[in-house]
Design a protein around this ligand. Structure first.
Ligand code: UD2
Length: 302
């Protein structure tokens, strides 16, 4: 039995699909604050518990009979973490401790959890790798870094096996464009459907590593089955500018796209890129969905 916290969410529900396809039994624990039951299939090997990770007793009960945990439940908004740091820490630090401690007590063999590229802040040198300096720019990034430190401590103290997944820019079906953490691609899809121009903050020359959510689900599955310890950057290893991404989106949607430029966002990171040697070689996963193919699948799903 694999426990997936946040399993009704965007990355969570795709990970549940991958786990079910691989033959696992899955228990989802989700408070449905941003996840949706509609994201989950009806399946004989899937069960659902509605609970919050800040509820230690509920987390403890959900560990019964579990061999590995995929912990994705979190307060996911960077903005909310700046506005309400105590509330954010309740989920992202206290909630994390509830999960890792309950897992240890129940003798769970493996924890894979969502860390984030946000731990790096503005990169001093590109491409990033797992040894790059961390300098988070928000409570959210700091909370994820603290998760990584707790996981390292649990390894030292208890020999507890875990891997933190430092996701870069994940896109794909089921990402809610109105959610506080909606990525640029889901916003653009929303604009496209409304036949409205795409808003580009700044000149569009900023770069990002966009990874398709099914590749992320594949990496999560591999991570649960691997004994790799520490943290692992999760991306494609190929960054593109926003304007290049818009060009690919136009090809995927088979239409020309109108762009409206607005001033650059405060605190926006200009360039982002990661090496994926650890993901490719140690985890044995290569992101295989190209940007145009991923965007086509996303457009078709709407
Ligand atoms: C991502 C995370 C953020 C934080 C950060 C850390 C998402 C959605 N955001 O921010 O939470 O972890 O990484 O590195 O995962 N843009 C537009 N038009 C729009 C929306 C965005 O031009 O309508 C630009 C935006 O200014 C930025 C780029 O697109 O330059 C990507 O924006 P994003 O919010 O998808 O992701 P990012 O990498 O800034």
């Amino acid at each position: 039995m694999i426990l997936v916290t946040g399993g009704a969410g965007f990355i969570g529900s795709h990970s549940v699909d991958a786990l079910l396809s691989a033959g696992f039994s899955v228990r989802v624990l989700d408070n449905l604050s941003s996840g949706k039951l509609d994201n989950l299939p009806k399946h004989p090997r899937l069960s659902f518990v509605q609970a919050d990770i800040s509820d230690a007793a509920a987390v403890d009960a959900a560990m019964d009979g579990v061999e590995a945990v995929l912990h994705l439940a979190a307060q996911v908004s960077v903005q909310a973490s700046i506005e309400s740091p105590a509330f954010s820490a309740q989920s992202n630090i206290a909630g994390f401790i509830n999960v890792i401690e309950a897992a240890r007590k129940h003798g769970v063999k493996r924890l894979v959890y969502a860390s984030s590229a946000a731990v790096y802040g503005t990169p001093a040198q590109l491409p990033l790798d797992e040894t790059s300096p961390t300098r988070p720019l928000s409570p959210y990034g700091l909370e994820k870094l603290i998760n990584d430190q707790y996981a390292a401590l649990y390894r030292e103290l208890h020999g507890f096996s875990s891997l933190g997944m430092r996701y870069f820019n994940v896109y794909g079906p089921r990402q809610d464009p109105r959610s506080p953490y909606a990525g640029v691609i889901s916003r653009f899809i929303d604009r496209l459907q409304q036949q409205a121009p795409l808003t580009v903050f700044g000149d569009g020359g900023q770069t990002r590593d966009f990874i398709f959510v099914k590749d992320v689900a594949k990496a999560n599955l591999a991570a649960l089955q691997s004994s790799l310890q520490g943290v692992c950057n999760i991306g494609t290893g190929r960054s593109v500018t926003l304007l290049q991404m818009i060009d690919s989106l136009g090809q995927a949607a088979s239409r020309g796209l109108q762009v409206d430029h607005q001033p650059a966002r405060d605190g926006d990171i200009r360039e982002s890129a990661t090496q994926v040697t650890r993901m490719n070689q140690s985890l044995g996963v290569v992101a295989s969905v190209g940007l145009i193919d991923g965007l086509k699948e996303l457009v078709a799903s709407c």
